[in-house]
Structures are given as structure tokens and as C-alpha cells.
Design a binder for this molecule. Structure first.
Ligand SMILES: Cc1cc2nc3c(=O)[nH]c(=O)nc-3n(C[C@H](O)[C@H](O)[C@H](O)COP(=O)(O)O)c2cc1C
Length: 189
């Protein structure tokens, strides 16, 4: 089982990493972590390259990432909530998934679609308020769909300003349980 982890925190050892570690403690197989803050991934420039062919005109870290998205069995998006949604470098990375949209709706090339897979969403947020999930769940669902990924569960560690994710026992437990579920789903593919 191959899992791609899109990691959106600017911190190597912050709340999001602690929540992700709980998930990783039970996850089977190989993992590839893409640290969006440190990866060399530029935003889409709408050049039209992907209207005609696979991939992207911008030759940065996204190129090998397309290859991994095409073959992996699972995708985990792990991010702090920034301004109601994913962090900015993660959003930048998402814009490059437009290449898959062009493949499906402009080039209509079924052979170049990524493998169907399962996914999970992990989010930490400093606070908690009504409907705070709307933006982040909308934008991540869009990203998952571009990667042909069905998200099977979401774990929030909210109110990290007062309750560090590492001490949020229910959230850590849910992250471990979601990992077991992801193993089960992916190993059945
Ligand atoms: C630029 C920025 C924007 C943020 N926006 C929100 C927000 O919209 N809602 C919220 O509850 N917390 C917000 N926070 C707080 C973070 O989501 C929270 O501290 C998170 O747990 C940090 O995770 P990390 O330690 O992995 O980076 C924001 C923090 C930053 C730095």
C-alpha cells in the first residue's frame, strides 16, 4: 500500500504533525510526505499546456508528484486551518491539479486518469465556530476529486490554542481509527 501525504503546516513539529503521527502509527505500507511549505511548487499559470498533453509546463516538484498521484493507493491531506481553509502553499499545490481536470474534461483521456483510491483529511484549528468546516471541506473535496480519491473520513483537532493536538485524546484516537479504516479500504482495492 502506497500513501501520499500532503502536509500543509509551516511547522515540522506542530499540532498537525502530532495528529498526523497518530495516523501514521497505524498506517500500513509505504508513505511519501510532500511538505507543501518546503516543496518547490509554483501556482498554475493557466498557460494551456495541459489542454494538449499530460503534466505541466512548470518543471518543478509537481512533476514527480503527478507520477505518484497516478499510482498510489491512498492520499492523506493534513493541514492547519489558515483563514478558514488549507494553508496557502497547499492551496497553491491544489491549483496544479488543474492538469487532471484538463485531462478529464478537455483531453478526455481515460487512460491518463490517476488510479481510483481512498483518502483521509486531518485538520487542526486554533479555535472553533459554527460552520467553520464549510470552506476547508469544500476545497479539499475538490482536490480529492481531481486525484480520483474518495475521502472516507475527517478528523479535526480544534481549539489548539488551548488544547494542544498532542493532548487531544479523542482526536488522536479518531486519527488512529481512521488509519485502520484506510488500511482496510485500500487493501481491498
Ligand atoms: C495564518 C494563520 C491563519 C489561521 N487561521 C485560522 C482560522 O481560520 N481558524 C482557526 O480556528 N485557526 C486558525 N489559525 C490557527 C491554526 O489553525 C492553529 O494554530 C493550528 O493548530 C496550527 O497548526 P500547526 O501547529 O500544525 O501549524 C490560523 C493560524 C495562522 C498562522
Amino acid at each position: 500500500m502506497k500513501t501520499l501525504i500532503l502536509y500543509g503546516s509551516p511547522k515540522a513539529d506542530g499540532h498537525t504533525k502530532h495528529l498526523l503521527d497518530a495516523m501514521l502509527s497505524k498506517l500500513h505500507g509505504e508513505v511519501k510526505i510532500v511538505d507543501c511549505y518546503h516543496a518547490d511548487i509554483a501556482p498554475c499559470i493557466d498557460c494551456g499546456y495541459c489542454h494538449k498533453r499530460r503534466g505541466c509546463s512548470i518543471k518543478d516538484d509537481m512533476i514527480p508528484l503527478y507520477d505518484y498521484i497516478d499510482v498510489c493507493d491512498a492520499v492523506i491531506i493534513a493541514t492547519p486551518m489558515h483563514f478558514g481553509t488549507v494553508s496557502a502553499p497547499m492551496y497553491t499545490m491544489f491549483t496544479r491539479l488543474q492538469s487532471y481536470w484538463s485531462n478529464s474534461f478537455i483531453r478526455k483521456n481515460k487512460a491518463e486518469k490517476p488510479k481510483r483510491k481512498y483518502g483521509a483529511l486531518l485538520v487542526t484549528s486554533g479555535n472553533r465556530w459554527m460552520n467553520m468546516e464549510l470552506l476547508i471541506e469544500g476545497v479539499t473535496r475538490f482536490a480529492f476529486e481531481h486525484m480520483e480519491t474518495e475521502c472516507i473520513g475527517t478528523v479535526y483537532a480544534k481549539k489548539t490554542d488551548t488544547l494542544p493536538a498532542a493532548e487531544n485524546k479523542p482526536a488522536l484516537m479518531r486519527a488512529r481509527q481512521l488509519s485502520l479504516l484506510l488500511n482496510e479500504f485500500c487493501e481491498k482495492i
